[in-house]
Ligand binder design. Structure first.
Ligand code: ADP
Ligand code: MG
Length: 249
C-alpha cells in the first residue's frame, strides 16, 4: 500500500442526512473510519445505529451528503453497486442463512454467483473460512441443525468469503442465547486483531472495552460522542451517554 492509499479512510461520511418520511433519522453525520480501525457504535434503541450501517452499503439510500468506501463514492445501482456490496461485508442480528443450503454451500454461494469463482475453488476457500471460525465440522449440515452461535459464525464466514475490505456488524450477538455470545465475540476479536476494519453496533460492553479503538455514541440520529473506549467509559461527556451507561451497566 502506498502512503496515499493507507491515508485514504476506509469509510468517509460527510454531511449525511437520512429521512424516513418526516422522521429525520441521520442528522448531518460526519464520520471517517481509517483502515484497520475497530469502531463500536453505541446508543439507545431508535438512535439510528442500524440505519447508519445500512447506508454504508446502500441498503438504504441517503437524502443528503456523501459516502465513500476506500475513496470511491457509493454507486447508485447496477454492477458497480454489486461490486461495492461485495467489499462491504455485513453481519446482522438475524443470521439470514439460506435454510435449504448447507453451511458450506451458504459460504460458497456469493463468490460463485457474484465473483464467478469456480465451484471447487469456492469450496476450498469456504472450508478454510469455516475452519477459521471453528465450525469446519458443521460444513455439510443445514442451518437449522446448528446452534445460534454456530449459525452466526457461519454468517461471518459467508461475509468473509467475498474478501471484504470492511465488515459491518449490526448487533451480531443480540439474538443469541447468553452462553453463545462469547464464541461469536471471540471470532470478531480475532478478526479485529488481524487488522480488519470494523464498524460494530453492539451492547456488549466487554467487547467495546477490549476490542474497540474508538467508541461512537449516537442519540436521536446524531453522533454525540466520538472518543476512545477508555474515555467513554470513564467519563462520558454528555448527559445522554451518562444516562445510557447508567441503564446498561
Ligand atoms: P437503532 O438501530 O439505533 O435502534 P434504527 O436505525 O433502526 O435505530 O432506527 C432509527 C429510527 O428510524 C427509528 O425511529 C426507527 O423506528 C426508524 N426506522 C428505521 N427503519 C425504518 C423504516 N424502514 N421505515 C420507517 N422508519 C424506520
Ligand atoms: Mg438497530
Amino acid at each position: 500500500m502506498t502512503a496515499a492509499a493507507a491515508a485514504t479512510p476506509m469509510i468517509r461520511m460527510s454531511g449525511v442526512d437520512k429521512f424516513f418520511g418526516p422522521l429525520h433519522v441521520l442528522k448531518n453525520i460526519d464520520l471517517e473510519v481509517p483502515k484497520g480501525q475497530v469502531v463500536v457504535v453505541l446508543g439507545p434503541s431508535g438512535s439510528g445505529k442500524s440505519t447508519l450501517c445500512r447506508t454504508i452499503n446502500r441498503l438504504e439510500p441517503i437524502d443528503k451528503g456523501t459516502i465513500e468506501v476506500d475513496g470511491q463514492p457509493l454507486p447508485a445501482e447496477g454492477r458497480a453497486l454489486a461490486r461495492l456490496r461485495a467489499e462491504v461485508g455485513m453481519v446482522f442480528q438475524q443470521f439470514n442463512l439460506f435454510a435449504h443450503k448447507t453451511i458450506v454451500e451458504n459460504v460458497m454461494l456469493a463468490p460463485v454467483r457474484v465473483r464467478g469463482v469456480a465451484k471447487d475453488e469456492a469450496r476450498r476457500t469456504a472450508m478454510e473460512l469455516l475452519e477459521r471460525v471453528g465450525i469446519a465440522n458443521q460444513a455439510d449440515k443445514y442451518p437449522a441443525q446448528l446452534s445460534g452461535g454456530q449459525q452466526q459464525r457461519a454468517a461471518i464466514a459467508r461475509a468473509l468469503a467475498m474478501r471484504p475490505k470492511v465488515m459491518l456488524f449490526d448487533e451480531p450477538t443480540s439474538a443469541l442465547d447468553p452462553e453463545m455470545v462469547q464464541e461469536v465475540l471471540d471470532v470478531m476479536t480475532t478478526l479485529a486483531a488481524e487488522g480488519m476494519t470494523m464498524l460494530v453496533v453492539t451492547h456488549e460492553m466487554g467487547f467495546a472495552r477490549k476490542a474497540a479503538d474508538r467508541v461512537i455514541f449516537m442519540a436521536d440520529g446524531e453522533v454525540v460522542e466520538d472518543t476512545t473506549p477508555e474515555e467513554f467509559f470513564a467519563a462520558p461527556k454528555s448527559a445522554r451517554a451518562r444516562d445510557f451507561l447508567g441503564k446498561i451497566l
